[in-house]
Design a protein around this ligand. Structure first.
Ligand SMILES: Cc1cc2nc3c(=O)[nH]c(=O)nc-3n(C[C@H](O)[C@H](O)[C@H](O)COP(=O)(O)O)c2cc1C
Length: 162
């Protein structure tokens, strides 16, 4: 598959097969994540592998769509607000590298949930005050491939400046 087709076919997935994810492969995709651009090499990302006990406490309404694996991705605060923002942006790049690596190498998809950032869930996850929870991720093989959602054509988002 071409790289563009890979990007076009990656999907946020809401139906997973129970098949487990190999930890060796997981680390390979996360390692790809670490090659993300990050200003001043802050490498602000941290990953929590969420075990069953913690997962049950999170009490997600769909239980992460039964994904066989749940991860939390955190971003460390910077020395000032601007660096904190840049770190979160770098962590989003980390996540995209990870998602594309998992999809390219093994046809594995993710479900991105924002619910990790609530006070209650931060406590359950044991997140230190100087970290943001950028997302909780169900990770697994999709039951079926869903067609990409259409986007606004890029021509409508690009402006030529004089
Ligand atoms: C910062 C961020 C937070 C997200 N949070 C959620 C979420 O809480 N629940 C959810 O269903 N999807 C969430 N998503 C996934 C988007 O809904 C999904 O990417 C979007 O619908 C486009 O679909 P696609 O990724 O399959 O192209 C999130 C995505 C991002 C980038």
């Amino acid at each position: 598959m071409s790289f563009i087709d890979l990007i076009k076919t990656r999907r946020n997935t809401k139906s997973f097969k129970p098949d487990p994810i190999s930890m060796d492969q997981l680390y390979e995709w996360l390692e790809a994540g670490t090659l993300a651009p990050n200003h001043r090499m802050t490498e602000p990302w941290e990953v929590l592998i969420v075990g069953d006990e913690t997962r049950q406490k999170l009490n997600h309404k769909t239980n992460f769509h039964q994904a066989p694996l749940v991860l939390a991705v955190l971003s460390k605060d910077g020395r000032h607000d601007f660096e904190t923002k840049e770190n979160a942006l770098a962590t989003a790049c980390f996540i995209q590298n990870f998602q594309l690596a998992a999809w390219a190498e093994e046809g594995v998809c993710t479900f991105w949930s924002s619910m990790g950032s609530s006070e209650r869930n931060r406590d359950i996850l044991g997140v230190p005050d100087n970290y943001d929870v950028i997302g909780l991720f169900g990770v697994g093989y999709p039951v079926e491939h869903v067609e990409p959602k259409t986007r606004i054509p890029i021509q409508q988002k690009v402006k030529q400046l004089p």
